[in-house]
Write a protein that binds this ligand. Sequence first.
Ligand SMILES: *Cc1c(COP(=O)(O)O)cnc(C)c1O
Length: 403
Amino acid sequence: MINAKNISVDHSSICEGFLQTLLEVLRPKQAYPLHEPEFTSNELKYITETIESGWVSSAGKFVENFEKHLADYTGAKKAVAMVNGTAALQIGLLLAGVRPQDEVVVPAFSFVATANSVAHCGAIPNFVDISSHSLGIDVPRLRAYLNSNIEKTSYGAKNKYSGRRLGAIVPMHTFGHPMDIEELLTVASDFGVPVVEDAAESLGSFRNGQHTGTFGLCGAISFNGNKIITTGAGGALLFNDEHLAQRAKHITTTAKTPHRWRFFHDEVAWNYRMPNINAALGVAQLEILEGLVQKKRLLAKKYQEAFKSNKNFDWFDEANGNRSNFWLNAVMLREQDENLRDELLDYANNINVGVRPAWTLLNKLPMYSNCPSDDLTVSKTVEISLINLPSSPQIMNENTANA
Ligand SMILES: *Cc1c(COP(=O)(O)O)cnc(C)c1O
């Protein structure tokens, strides 16, 4: 069953030990995908309702319901649903005032959508390093980067070297773990730069009792199929400012002025609305969200206990003050060796254990290789040592679930 022919002796014992540790936690099963959705709520019922009523697309009650329940859960004043998380992030940046030829600070360690949403605004990402304790932007290093690169002018913060305006900072809450957002807000306000949170992975995650994505000007959530809950594809922006939320709604729904039958649009806008049939799925998923968070936190605890006795890996835990959704569990290989990491990934995936490496750093992707960047020492270390573990709540061994 296990093809060990390409694995060196010492590496093979690390690989086998890794699998052993995982199997202490996982329910006996054929395959363990990295993350699977769970549909144990009213998903079919609500979707059927949209089909029976004919309202599957751009009108119907589920979008409004979804936005209301999402705002209630997160404590945001308003939530505006959109077609996906990338689109939500792009709209958030536009509302923050980001314009073509601006620069936007993002972590080098993130999913490509964080940088793409900046590029979709015609702006240029600046890559900064992450902290090993949060996996989000390292705030003291960010301050040092801004101190040496940014000067304040009458039209805002400006990059001394490129001459371009700094339009926004986009912190990301990696794998659901809230980053040091309060400290980041202080730095951003010292430089007069708005903050748009990439909270795509962190629905259900709170920092000191406040939901991620509600600290900055606005925060983007994703409901892609691999996220903690899904609408098939979908996203949303969270707002504390009702007026800004109305703007978001207007420009993501073709800027049509309200009228019973007239087609009048008062500006160039986007068709980024979430279809009603997707929102129906979302309303059902929100009903079980808190239960999913609890199960994922329990799975994380089981992994943490199991990895205590495996000396080749460090478990990645949440920081003080955080209630993480533990969207994706992660361990760090102590021996920082890319070949070992790749052997481990091959070994596990060959037997259908869905472990994954970290993202390739964004500054290494061809379209972003010429963007301004700070020293990325921590990001580089995390890139070669981090491994994500299968993280669907359903995969937990029932015998250990209540232990
Ligand atoms: C998933 C994700 C997004 C974008 O979400 P989509 O809905 O897939 O467009 C953005 N940023 C991060 C960090 C993500 O993980």
